[in-house]
Every structure is written in structure tokens, then in C-alpha cells.
Design a protein around this ligand. Structure first.
Ligand SMILES: [Zn+2]
Ligand SMILES: [Zn+2]
Ligand SMILES: [Zn+2]
Ligand SMILES: [Zn+2]
Ligand SMILES: [Zn+2]
Ligand SMILES: [Zn+2]
Ligand SMILES: [Zn+2]
Length: 267
């Protein structure tokens, strides 16, 4: 908070999107706004610890860095590769940066029983080149390695299964894919994020989900017509009834008001 206060003139308020973590498009939360720049910081982000230990960079402490409104932020979060916001954690010795969201996530250091390999895998906390044993793609950071076989894996690849039966797409089992087919739009059908190295796909329906959505199926809504058959018939009825009730209420109000104004007019 002290470092943030040195750069920004903050007052306590509520706001939408946070310039500390780049999140919060659709909900209001407590935080601080800068009088001069108008930037907003969640309370949780503004009061982040000054320094943290992170399992992806265990050799040095990472210190919080706050960038002023006039400076551009360069570089990416080394964990999620996202654009860095105005606040992040940084090691100046190694030029290593991670955003506040990734700093808060619990890091899986060991995968004891991976679905795709018979030995335990351990996180290699280094930015090194490796080729993933499952998807065959070459990557440049943080593999999970088997010390016995000398093989490397992406975390998602190590934990994946060749097929997945998925509650949001019960018609067909989804297949694990590591290359996006050209006939798809390359996006997760549920959360619309770009599909990365590994995802699950139904070629009959051209339905794809990323690993996040595969692990945590989102609540079903009308946006996902391919997700479920029953939801589609239920929701519109409920909305329709609500709209009908609303319309009747408005008609009653109009009638009451016109009756009142008419009687006033008569008096
Ligand atoms: Zn935030
Ligand atoms: Zn990140
Ligand atoms: Zn370092
Ligand atoms: Zn992989
Ligand atoms: Zn092994
Ligand atoms: Zn998704
Ligand atoms: Zn299908």
C-alpha cells in the first residue's frame, strides 16, 4: 500500500476494472481510486504483500512493483504470458515478473499420479526449453519432469485423459486434441478464450472446451446453445413469465395513474 500511495493519490471507493490485476469487468468491489489519474485498484490488490516467495522463482524473493500512469508497462507475466498491469511482482536480478493473480495461485509442485505417465512428475522452476512428451510441442518454460525417464510434460498434458465425458456436452465424449482443427474458430465454446496447447473437442458438433472449462464446467446459460438441450426450453419460459408479470404491473400502474389524474381533473 505504501509504494502504491507514493505514486498515486488514492481515496477509498468502489469500482469496476482494476488496474492492479486487470480483472473485474462486470462487478463492483471495494478499492481505491487515484484522484489524478482515475486508475482504480481493488482493496485486495492495493494491500498486496510487499514481497512474496513464488514456487516458479524460488531462488529470489519477488518485490512488488508499481508503475506510474505516465509510464508504459513492458513485458509479460512469465507464468500466464498475459500483459502486465500497473502492479506486479518482480525480481530485478533476473528480470522476472509475474502478475498479482498468478502470484496468488497455489502452485502444484508435484503431480504424484499423472494420468499420462507412470511416475511422479515435479515442477522444474526454470525458463528452459523442453519438448512435451504428450503434445510434442516445444515450449520454453516450467516443464513437469520425470527424473526416472528424463521426460518433460506440460502440466495440463500430464493431467489429461485421451477422452472426457463432459456434463455440458453429454451427447458425445470429447477427445483430447493438441492441434486446433482448421474448421473451428479456435476458441473455447463456453468462455470464448483462445484454445491453447491442449483442449477437448467433439468433431461431430464442432464443440471445443479449454482445460479450465473442462475442469470447472460453468453454470449453463442461454449463451451456450450447444451446451445442453434442456436449459434452452426452460429458461425462455421463465423469462417470458417474468416479462408478462412486468407488463401486467405496468398496465395496472398506468390505469391507476390515469384514474387518479382523471379524478383530480374532475374535482
Ligand atoms: Zn485487482
Ligand atoms: Zn500471470
Ligand atoms: Zn531472480
Ligand atoms: Zn504438452
Ligand atoms: Zn517416468
Ligand atoms: Zn473455456
Ligand atoms: Zn458432440
Amino acid at each position: 500500500m505504501e509504494i502504491l500511495k507514493k505514486i498515486y493519490s488514492l481515496y477509498s471507493t468502489r469500482g469496476h476494472k482494476c488496474d492492479g490485476c486487470n480483472l473485474g469487468e462486470d462487478c463492483y468491489s471495494d478499492g481505491y481510486r487515484c484522484i489524478r489519474s482515475g486508475l482504480f485498484f481493488h482493496k485486495e490488490c492495493a494491500t498486496s504483500n510487499q514481497d512474496v516467495c513464488n514456487a516458479y522463482h524460488p531462488q529470489h524473493m519477488l518485490k512488488i512493483k508499481v508503475v506510474s500512469n505516465f509510464e508504459d508497462v513492458h513485458g509479460e507475466c512469465k507464468i500466464c504470458r498475459g500483459k502486465l498491469p500497473k502492479m506486479y511482482y518482480y525480481c530485478s536480478i533476473c528480470d522476472f515478473a509475474i502478475d498479482l493473480i498468478c502470484a496468488r495461485k497455489e502452485v502444484v509442485k508435484n503431480i504424484d499420479f499423472p494420468n499420462t505417465h507412470k511416475h511422479r512428475l515435479s515442477l522444474v522452476p526454470k525458463m528452459i526449453m523442453f519438448s512435451c512428451h504428450i503434445c510434442q510441442l516445444v515450449d520454453d518454460r516450467f516443464p513437469y519432469a520425470c527424473d526416472i525417464c528424463g521426460l518433460n510434460f506440460h502440466k495440463d498434458c500430464a493431467e489429461s485423459t485421451p477422452e472426457l465425458s463432459y456434463s455440458c456436452h453429454p451427447k458425445h465424449p470429447l477427445k483430447r486434441l493438441t492441434r486446433v482443427p482448421s474448421y473451428t474458430n479456435g476458441k473455447c465454446c463456453l468462455c470464448k478464450s483462445k484454445l491453447h496447447i491442449l483442449f477437448y473437442h467433439c468433431s461431430i458438433c464442432n464443440f471445443s472446451v479449454d482445460v479450465e472449462c473442462a475442469k470447472n464446467p460453468p453454470p449453463l446459460t442461454l449463451d451456450h446453445p450447444k451446451a445442453h438441450e434442456h436449459q434452452l426450453t426452460l429458461l425462455p419460459q421463465r423469462i417470458f413469465v417474468l416479462m408478462l408479470v412486468e407488463w401486467i404491473m405496468i398496465q395496472i400502474l398506468i390505469y391507476v395513474f390515469s384514474a387518479i389524474s382523471w379524478s383530480i381533473g374532475v374535482v
